[in-house]
Ligand binder design. Structure first.
Ligand code: ADP
Ligand code: MG
Length: 246
């Protein structure tokens, strides 16, 4: 049954790749407007978990409800659900032969049949929001990494998603560009966006996360408020991981 407060409801999610059991048993509910930071060692299944939420990876077992829609049910119109979920990756995946503005307009025009004029206006508005309105006619190759990532965020927002998923959005950036991307993300938080963020930026997690979830080897090992997890972790695996990244 749909639970209005929990926009994401995951129960006993399992994901195997052949013989490799990547997600072993993940259950988590995420509220509307909640900001969840996912932490964990490389290979622990963080990206796979995000990708299961919009069924870029098919769950092996378990159920996932997004805004009440069971995305693991074959009868669900997954494309409709995907429109509610914006995703930003480590590598920006912008279309190289399209301008910044065209990159942003593409999905609303193609998938939502938005009029080009309207998509353009909305695109320019989003570019202002990420501080890049001056770059609307530039091509991705003419932008810095931080600028490309801000365009990728604007592009995801163009579909008016209810949820934003970020998979290590600053990991590929030169250090001096990390801040500008985190600032844009922080503004989204201030606007009340529901967000699930995989990141090693502990400062960001401390400042903006409502909840920090620590994953290891396909399980959620520990979760709680950032100050609980960072100042007073309880599980040996969490302590060991934090000792390496802090
Ligand atoms: P994380 O994001 O925490 O680093 P991933 O979710 O990317 O972890 O990967 C978890 C495990 O699943 C890794 O062992 C990885 O090699 C494996 N894996 C991820 N995607 C695939 C795939 N498409 N096919 C086979 N194995 C995969
Ligand atoms: Mg990953």
């Amino acid at each position: 049954m749909a639970d209005n407060r929990n926009i994401i409801q995951v129960q006993n999610l399992r994901k195997d790749f052949g013989k490799l059991e990547v997600l072993k048993d993940i259950s988590i509910d995420i509220e509307v407007g909640e900001v969840v930071v996912l932490l964990g060692p490389s290979g622990s299944g963080k990206s796979t978990f995000l990708r299961c939420l919009n069924q870029l990876e098919l769950a092996t077992a378990g159920t996932i409800l997004v805004d009440g829609n069971n995305v693991t049910d074959k009868h669900t119109d997954i494309n409709k659900v995907r429109e509610e979920i914006g995703m930003v990756f480590q590598h920006f995946n912008l279309f190289p032969h399209k301008t910044v503005l065209e990159n942003i307009m593409l999905a609303p025009v193609e998938l939502k049949r938005m009029r080009k004029e309207e998509a353009k206006e909305k695109g320019l508005q989003l570019l202002r929001r990420v501080g890049l309105d001056a770059k609307s006619d530039a091509y991705p190759s003419q932008l810095s990494g931080g600028q490309k990532q801000r365009v990728a965020i604007a592009r995801a927002l163009a579909m008016n998603p209810a949820i934003m998923l970020f998979d290590e959005p600053t990991s590929a950036l030169d250090p001096e560009m990390v801040g500008e991307v985190l600032n844009v993300m922080q503004e989204l938080v201030a606007d009340g966006m529901t967000m699930v963020v995989v990141t090693h930026e502990i400062g960001f997690a401390r400042e903006v996360a409502d909840r920090v979830v620590f994953m290891d080897a396909g399980y959620i090992v520990e979760q709680g408020r950032p100050e609980e997890i960072f100042n007073n972790p309880k599980e040996a695996r969490t302590i060991d991981f934090l000792n390496k990244v802090l």
